[in-house]
Design a protein around this ligand. Structure first.
Ligand SMILES: *[C@@H]1O[C@H](CO)[C@@H](O)[C@H](O)[C@H]1NC(C)=O
Ligand SMILES: *[C@@H]1O[C@H](CO)[C@@H](O)[C@H](O)[C@H]1NC(C)=O
Ligand SMILES: *[C@@H]1O[C@H](CO)[C@@H](O)[C@H](O)[C@H]1NC(C)=O
Ligand SMILES: *[C@@H]1O[C@H](CO)[C@@H](O)[C@H](O)[C@H]1NC(C)=O
Ligand SMILES: *[C@@H]1O[C@H](CO)[C@@H](O)[C@H](O)[C@H]1NC(C)=O
Ligand SMILES: *[C@@H]1O[C@H](CO)[C@@H](O)[C@H](O)[C@H]1NC(C)=O
Ligand SMILES: *[C@@H]1O[C@H](CO)[C@@H](O)[C@H](O)[C@H]1NC(C)=O
Length: 483
C-alpha cells in the first residue's frame, strides 16, 4: 500500500485480520493516519496454521503472511526477500521481490518499463553534449498508467510524455509523424463554428442576442455572418432583445469566415468594425447576390478597421451609402482578391477629398498601399518597420525597455536569455538563445541558458556540468554522478 492507511471494521464474521502485521504492508504508517479496528477475532475464529508463526490471511499453510519490510537488514532501503544485507530488493520495488534486480520486483513503485521497475520512463528529449541541445529521443516511451509504452493505445493522445484521453483546453490535437499529440495553441485554440444559415443556425436570419453566445471562442465560421436590424436592435415580434454592443467583441477571435460577411445594421455609437480585427480571410464559398462582403448604410461608421484582412477568395464587394466612411479608397481591393473576375462596387461613402480635408488620412508610417483606418496599426503595409501589427520607425536595436533585432522589416524581440546590453550596443543579432551578444545567466556551448545542465538525461547517462568564473558551462568528470 503506497499511500494512505488501513481501516478494517464491523465485519462480524471476519477472522485473521487482526493477526496481520500491517506496518509491513503500509509504506509509511506515520504519514497517514493508520487505523485498524480488529474484528471480533476471539470467538469462533481458528488460529493461523502452525507454519505461519502467528500471522496469516486464512487458516491453511498457504495463507501465511510473508514479511518483506520489517524483517529486512538495516542497510536495505525499503523491501527485501530475506534477512541478510545481500537480500535487499531494488529500491524501485513496491511489494517485495524474488531477487535484487529491478526486474525481480513483484510490483513497481513507479513505472513498469518492459518488466523493469523504473523511476521515470525513457524521456522524450535527451541532451546532446555535442550540439548542447535537447534532442528527440528515439527510444522515448510514454507513461500509460503505471506502464512505459512505445506507443499510446488507440484513442489516446500524447501530452508531453504521457498518454491522455483528451488534450487539456490550452492545447490542440495535431498529428506529427503518425503520432497524435497535444500541442500548445499559440494565442487561442482553433474552433470551428456554424455560421448563420448553417448547421445549428440553419434557420437563423441574423446574429442576435439569442445566438451570439454560440460564437464564443470561434476562430473559423463555417458559413456566413449576417447583421440585420432585427439582430442588433432586437425583434419585439419574436421577443428577441437588442444585442449588448459589448457582446460583439466575441468576434475578436474570428480569423476566417468561409461564406460571406453582410453588415446592414450596427450599433449607432460604434464607429468601426474593430471587433473583426483578427479576420484574415473571407472565403466567399457562399455568396449573397454574388457578394462576399456587404456594408450598407452605416452612417455611424468612419473606418472599417479590418486590420488583419488579407484575402477575399471569391465574390464581389459592395460598400455603399456609408456617408461618414473614410479610408476605404486608400485600399487596393484587387490585391485582396483571388480571381480576376471579382469586382468592387463602392459608392456614396464620404468623398475622398472631404476625408483628407477632415484629416482622416492614413498614418505617416503606412506605406502607399493604404490603410483600414487611423493609426499605425491599420496600415496594409509599413513604410519602414513593423512590430506585431503596428508600423514603427525603427526597431529597438540599441535602446528601449526590451531589445530587438530586425528580420527584414520585422522587429523581433531578443531571446530572454540574452543579457540586455547598455545603450549603443546590440543585444542580439538573430533569433534564439544562440544569437546573443552576451548571456544573461550562463553559456552552454553556443547557447545562453538559465542554468548549466544539472542531471539532464543524455543518450546513455545523466549530464552534469559546472559553471566556470566566466559563467560558461563545462562537463563534470565522468566519474561524478551527482554534479
Ligand atoms: C491524524 O492524526 C493526528 C495525530 O493523531 C491528528 O492530529 C490529525 O488530525 C489526524 N488527521 C486525520 C486526517 O485524521
Ligand atoms: C464479540 O463476540 C461476543 C461473543 O460472540 C459478542 O458478545 C460481542 O457482542 C461481539 N462484539 C462485537 C463488537 O461484535
Ligand atoms: C510489468 O508488465 C509486464 C507486462 O507488461 C508484466 O508481465 C510484469 O509482471 C510487470 N512487472 C511488474 C513488476 O509489475
Ligand atoms: C473560451 O476560452 C477560454 C480560454 O481558453 C475558456 O476559459 C472558456 O471556457 C471558453 N468558453 C467557451 C464558451 O468555450
Ligand atoms: C454605446 O451605447 C450603449 C448604450 O446605448 C452603451 O452601453 C455603450 O457603452 C456605448 N458604446 C460606446 C463604444 O460608446
Ligand atoms: C492593386 O493590386 C494589384 C494586384 O496586386 C496590382 O496589379 C495593381 O496595379 C494595384 N493597383 C494599384 C492602383 O496600385
Ligand atoms: C465636401 O467637399 C466639398 C468640396 O470638395 C465641399 O463642397 C463640401 O461642403 C464638403 N462636404 C462636407 C460634408 O464637408
Amino acid at each position: 500500500i503506497l499511500n494512505g492507511g488501513v481501516y478494517v471494521g464491523q465485519n462480524k464474521f471476519l477472522c485473521f485480520a487482526d493477526t496481520i502485521h500491517w506496518q509491513d504492508i503500509v509504506r509509511n504508517p506515520w504519514a497517514s493516519n493508520f487505523t485498524l479496528v480488529p474484528t471480533n477475532g476471539s470467538s469462533g475464529c481458528g488460529r493461523c496454521h502452525k507454519s505461519c508463526t502467528g500471522r496469516c490471511w486464512g487458516p491453511t499453510e498457504h495463507h501465511c503472511q510473508t514479511l518483506t519490510k520489517t524483517v529486512c537488514a538495516e542497510q536495505c532501503d525499503g523491501r527485501c526477500y530475506g534477512p541478510y544485507v545481500s537480500d535487499c530488493c531494488h529500491r524501485e520495488c513496491a511489494g517485495g521481490c524474488s531477487g535484487p534486480k529491478d526486474t525481480d520486483c513483484f510490483a513497481c513503485m513507479n513505472f513498469n518499463d518492459s518488466g523493469a521497475c523504473v523511476t521515470q520512463c525513457p524521456q522524450t528529449f535527451v541532451y546532446n553534449p555535442t550540439t548542447f541541445q535537447l534532442e528527440h529521443n528515439h527510444n522515448a516511451k510514454y507513461t500509460y498508467g503505471a506502464f512505459c509504452v512505445k506507443k499510446c493505445p488507440h484513442n489516446f493522445v500524447v501530452d508531453s510524455s504521457s498518454c491522455v484521453r483528451a488534450c487539456p483546453s490550452s492545447k490542440m490535437e495535431v498529428e506529427e509523424n503518425g503520432i497524435k499529440m497535444c500541442k500548445p495553441c499559440t494565442d487561442i485554440c482553433p474552433k470551428a463554428c456554424d455560421g448563420i444559415g448553417t448547421g445549428s443556425l440553419v434557420s437563423a436570419q441574423t446574429v442576435d442576442s439569442s445566438n451570439i453566445d454560440k460564437f464564443i471562442n470561434c476562430t473559423k465560421i463555417n458559413g456566413n455572418l449576417i447583421f440585420l436590424v432585427t439582430g442588433i436592435h432586437g425583434d419585439p415580434y419574436h421577443t428577441i432583445a437588442a444585442i449588448n454592443p459589448e457582446k460583439l467583441n466575441i468576434f475578436q477571435t474570428v480569423r476566417e469566415i468561409t461564406g460571406y460577411l453582410n453588415i446592414q445594421s450596427w450599433p449607432e455609437n460604434m464607429t468601426d468594425f474593430r471587433v473583426f480585427s483578427n479576420l484574415v480571410t473571407i472565403g466567399g464559398r457562399a455568396l449573397y447576390s454574388g457578394l462576399s462582403l456587404l456594408i450598407l448604410k452605416q452612417q455611424g461608421i468612419t473606418s472599417l478597421q479590418f486590420q488583419s484582412l488579407k484575402q477575399i477568395s471569391a465574390g464581389n464587394i459592395y460598400i455603399t451609402d456609408n456617408s461618414n466612411l473614410c479610408y476605404y479608397h486608400t485600399v487596393n481591393w484587387t490585391s485582396l482578391f483571388s480571381t480576376p473576375s471579382q469586382k468592387t462596387v463602392i459608392h456614396r461613402n464620404k468623398k475622398a477629398e472631404n476625408c483628407t480635408a477632415d484629416g482622416m488620412v492614413c498614418n505617416e508610417l503606412c506605406s502607399s498601399d493604404g490603410c483600414w483606418g487611423p493609426g499605425p496599426d491599420q496600415c496594409l503595409s509599413c513604410k519602414r518597420f513593423i512590430r506585431g501589427k503596428t508600423c514603427i520607425d525603427s526597431c529597438n536595436l540599441y535602446d528601449g525597455e526590451f531589445r530587438e533585432f530586425a528580420n527584414g522589416s520585422v522587429c523581433v524581440e531578443c531571446d530572454p536569455q540574452c543579457e540586455k546590453m547598455e545603450e549603443n550596443m546590440i543585444t542580439c543579432y538573430g533569433p534564439g538563445p544562440d544569437h546573443c551578444t552576451k548571456c544573461f545567466h550562463f553559456k552552454d556551448g553556443p547557447n545562453c541558458v538559465e542554468k548549466c545542465p544539472d542531471g539532464l538525461q543524455g543518450a546513455n547517462s545523466f549530464i552534469f556540468k559546472y559553471a566556470d568564473e566566466d559563467r560558461e558551462c563545462h562537463p563534470c568528470h565522468p566519474n561524478c554522478t551527482q554534479g
